[in-house]
Ligand binder design. Structure first.
Ligand code: NAD
Length: 424
């Protein structure tokens, strides 16, 4: 094959866009086609049946997966999700995003992903613990602080990580907290990890706002989703002096032109689990929020929320993707044609993996940092990553979107490391 020429044609599904963008980056940057060959699928993929003794006395076999996508920059890294939608293909596709995200933000990790196909909400705490331990028994041979480092993802949390690190100890007789991240602070987690994704997202939003001529003091912010990421993002935006005028979740939305009282709203969500019932704003339908006039729009809920149907109506001056894949490729094209800048997910939500890296560093050193140190280091890495991508956009990807630049920069970094290590 000639340099920069890849002829393979593939039907694009919802995950296919990432693979296509990698291929386009390889072509645009005139990299060796071998780079695409390495990145288009995981280097290693494992599947196992995980037997779990259920509370009813019987045994159930769950299917678990681990994709080790690429480790040219460091150990494989990526979450484990317990979700009915987990398939071999989804785990593989998500592992590619982790490789790109780590390369982009500059943490010395590769990409990985894991999961178990299950309805976690139907499992008792005991069943969930046995499944978590079973997952580690099935795949322990793949894990280790210098090999592959899992983390929480959908329907797995600090408690699941604590069971997993304990099971790893049972198998290896070595207490290695750095074999995974996202642990509770009491068992070697890092302070600041829980809010790191939102904090990182607000740091890059601040940098992007400067470039778009948006003054943060008094700027209007609209956030879709009020969970772990959206709720904390609302808090950090309001701490910067922004007015968070609208927020929604699955129960609907709220609007207040002067800005919502964010601490009270978050207190209400903490207590009840939902925005519904909070008195400090006018009730609106969740969909109204995406097309509302505002300075910064932050989708922080689900994938495929900004679509070809609503993109022509979006009135935000800047979109910052806190969620994974909230914008369809068609919507992105429309926003780009309309001159609305968008900070892509692999950059905007990489604060989580950055502080996971800090957790791993602290575990390896056996020396723990205070919150100020974690936040300062996070800010430095996020701001640097944002400006690196912005510069790359201007110099290597003129006229392209920030997502194209983010992919291009990450792919170039991976390509250079593969070349130097003699992979091609
Ligand atoms: P979460 O479950 O804590 O919160 C999700 C929020 O979205 C909830 O408020 C929920 O009610 C709301 N929501 C769901 N469907 C909605 C809909 N159709 N319309 C409006 N609101 C809806 O999840 P999270 O951890 O905050 O994650 C949010 C997004 O950020 C996901 O895309 C996730 O993959 C991504 N992300 C999270 C992290 C992290 O560290 N938690 C890291 C990177 C990316």
């Amino acid at each position: 094959m000639e340099k920069g020429q890849i002829t393979e044609k593939k039907k694009e599904d919802s995950f296919g866009a990432a693979e296509r963008r990698v291929r386009e980056s390889v072509e645009r940057l005139q990299l060796s086609p071998a780079v695409y060959e390495f990145l288009k699928k995981p280097l290693h993929f494992a599947e196992a049946s995980i037997p779990v003794k259920m509370d009813h006395g019987g045994v159930e076999l769950f299917t678990g997966y681990r994709a080790q996508h690429n480790n040219v920059l460091g150990p494989f890294k990526g979450g484990i999700r317990f979700h009915p939608g987990v398939t071999a293909e989804s785990v593989k596709a998500l592992s590619l995003l982790m490789t790109l995200k780590c390369a982009l933000v500059g943490v010395p990790f590769g990409g990985g992903k894991g999961g178990v196909t299950c309805n976690s909400l139907q499992l008792s705490p005991g069943e969930k613990e046995r499944l978590s331990r079973g997952y580690i028994r099935a795949f322990s041979y793949l894990f280790g602080p210098e090999i592959d480092i899992p983390a929480p993802d959908l329907f797995t949390d600090g408690q699941v990580m604590a069971w997993m690190v304990d099971e790893y100890y049972n198998i290896t007789r070595r207490y290695l907290p750095g074999m995974l991240t996202g642990k509770p602070v009491e068992v070697g987690g890092s302070v600041g990890r829980k809010e790191a994704t939102s904090r990182g997202c607000v740091y890059v939003a601040r940098e992007a706002a400067k470039l778009s001529g948006i003054t943060l003091e008094g700027a209007t912010v609209v956030i879709q989703g009020c969970g772990n990421v959206g709720g904390k993002a609302a808090q950090f935006f309001s701490e910067l002096g922004c007015r968070v005028i609208s927020v929604c979740d699955i129960s609907g939305g709220l609007y207040c032109a002067e800005g919502l009282a964010v601490p009270d709203l978050l207190g209400h969500v903490q207590e009840t689990g939902l925005i519904e019932g909070f008195a400090g704003g006018e009730k609106i339908a969740g969909e109204e929020l995406l097309t509302m006039e505002c300075d910064i729009l932050v989708p922080a809920a689900m994938e495929n929320q900004l679509t070809a149907a609503n993109a022509p109506e979006i009135k935000a001056r800047l979109v910052v993707e806190a969620a994974n894949a909230p914008t369809t490729p068609e919507a992105e094209q429309i926003l780009s044609e309309r001159g609305i800048p968008l900070v892509p997910d692999i950059l905007a939500n990489s604060g989580g993996v950055t502080v996971s890296y800090f957790e791993w560093v602290q575990n390896n050193q056996g020396l723990y940092w205070d919150l100020e140190t974690v936040n300062q280091r996070l800010e430095k890495m996020m701001v640097e990553a944002f400006h690196t991508v912005h510069r790359f956009n201007r110099e290597k990807c003129p006229g392209g979107t920030m997502r194209e630049a983010a992919y291009g920069y990450a792919v170039q970094r991976l390509a250079e490391a593969m070349r130097l290590r003699g992979w091609f």
